[in-house]
Design a binder for this molecule. Structure first.
Ligand SMILES: Cc1cc2nc3c(=O)[nH]c(=O)nc-3n(C[C@H](O)[C@H](O)[C@H](O)COP(=O)(O)OP(=O)(O)OC[C@H]3O[C@@H](n4cnc5c(N)ncnc54)[C@H](O)[C@@H]3O)c2cc1C
Length: 385
């Protein structure tokens, strides 16, 4: 998104992506109402919505066996009053396809950044590995948007504050059948959680486990693991046997962290590279996109004419840091109280906050705003020279 917006504003951009395609399934599938608003502002919305997707106007969760409404998006002050569920690779293919129409945009796939190029203490580019050998890319600004295992922030020596996360996620696919329930927020059971993402012909299943608990789950064996899945989602009974080999179950380590400084001379980190997000609440994509919009809004005019100063980079962090703090604070809370917290021993009982959401429909607009728009939504206004 940062590459798209900067190229649109007339800044020469090269996006380096280490994989050959965007087809990896470790990310979420949520395109939030604020991102859809941005697509509208960019004149891309109508075409974008022609891609296969699902529109979720109300988010429900299954808590201790009871279906409860969590968020109502229908009253949001946005053009699209829904979350679009779409595999992220479709979104990225769409965006990069449109970006390549700008003469200033280049996309280099299978180009893995392995180091930074320095001139004194200033970052002046990156060294990358390609199938043709190594490549040096010199630039006025390096934007590290390389996710939660960012090589860019590591090589830059930027200090990271880690917030302990008590969970990991087991990630697996299960087939989908006619008559299956619709997409929900998740299946919560006595402080435990399973998430099922509807990917059209299969369910992407996220099974939340205590951090470091995978070995114990393996020791208990696959039949017990299958039973655990069924205790959340009984409708999977006729296909849970698909989980017949541990190689089908991927461990995703969950992190929440934040750089103290998101920049140094010649370098800016955004998205998970600056602040790794947990899947809790499904908001990390939105936050990363809004970082990209703020970056383009604050820096595009200056970048058209050359390097930007450290003070310019500071402004991006200053603008995006408090929304990030707020959302990460909420994620830490969700981990402690909702995902791993102690709930009532009674299997059928609902936590108090969930009961409030059930009783008072108006309250569902609060999570809708938090998830669907987030604090300080960003808008695109830089249309170029
Ligand atoms: C299991 C799980 C589920 C999640 N579910 C959701 C959800 O439903 N909704 C939501 O909003 N958020 C979700 N999140 C959080 C979300 O995935 C992240 O916050 C979001 O993807 C961050 O976007 P990003 O562009 O900063 O980083 P990423 O999406 O991680 O993208 C980084 C990109 O950089 C590339 N890259 C990495 N290293 C290099 C390198 N050295 N050289 C070149 N390219 C490189 C990667 O291949 C990748 O394409 C989830 C997170 C996890 C762990």
């Amino acid at each position: 998104m940062a590459g798209y917006l900067l190229a649109r504003a007339g800044v020469e951009v090269a996006v380096l992506e280490k994989h050959a395609d965007f087809n990896r399934d470790f990310r979420g599938d949520t395109i939030h109402p604020s991102t859809l608003q941005l697509m509208y502002e960019l004149g891309l919305l109508d075409e974008f919505l022609k891609l296969p997707h699902q529109e979720l106007r109300e988010l429900r969760a299954v808590v201790n066996g009871q279906v409860v409404p969590v968020a109502d998006f229908t009253k949001l002050p946005t053009r699209c009053k829904f979350i679009a569920f779409m595999p992220q690779w479709d979104f990225l293919n769409f965006l990069s396809g449109h970006a390549t129409r700008f003469p200033a945009f280049q996309l280099h796939m299978e180009t893995e950044v392995i180091d930074l190029l320095m001139e004194g203490s200033r970052v002046v580019g990156v060294r990358a590995k390609t199938f043709r050998g190594e490549l040096e890319v010199w630039s006025d600004l390096v934007i590290g948007a390389d996710g939660r295992h960012s090589i860019v922030h590591t090589r830059a020596g930027l200090k990271l504050h880690e917030f302990g996360v008590p969970i990991d996620v087991l990630w697996m696919r299960m087939s989908k059948k006619q008559g299956d329930p619709k997409q929900t927020f998740g299946f919560f059971q006595q402080g435990k959680l399973v998430v099922l993402l509807d990917r059209d012909d299969y369910w992407q299943c996220g099974f939340v486990i205590p951090k470091g608990g995978f070995d114990e789950i393996k020791t208990r064996g696959l039949p017990q693991f299958q039973k655990d899945i069924l205790s959340f989602a009984e409708f999977l009974r006729d296909r849970v046997a698909e989980m017949d080999d541990w190689s089908k179950i991927k461990l995703l380590t969950v992190q929440i962290n934040r750089l103290r400084e998101w920049y140094r001379d010649g370098l800016l980190c955004i998205g998970d590279s600056a602040h790794a997000m947990s899947p809790a609440g499904g908001v990390g994509i939105n936050l990363a996109i809004q970082d990209a919009v703020a970056t383009a809004n604050l820096l595009a005019d200056k970048l058209r004419n050359g390097p930007v100063s450290v003070e310019d980079l500071q402004k991006v962090q200053a603008r995006r840091e408090w929304p990030t703090r707020l959302i990460q604070g909420m994620q830490v809370f969700i981990h402690r109280r909702v995902v791993t917290g102690k709930t009532s021993d009674r299997k059928e009982s609902l936590p108090f906050v969930v009961r409030l959401l059930k009783w008072f429909p108006a309250l569902r607009q609060i999570p809708a705003r938090f998830i669907g728009i987030g604090p300080r939504p960003e808008h695109s206004f830089n249309r170029g020279p």
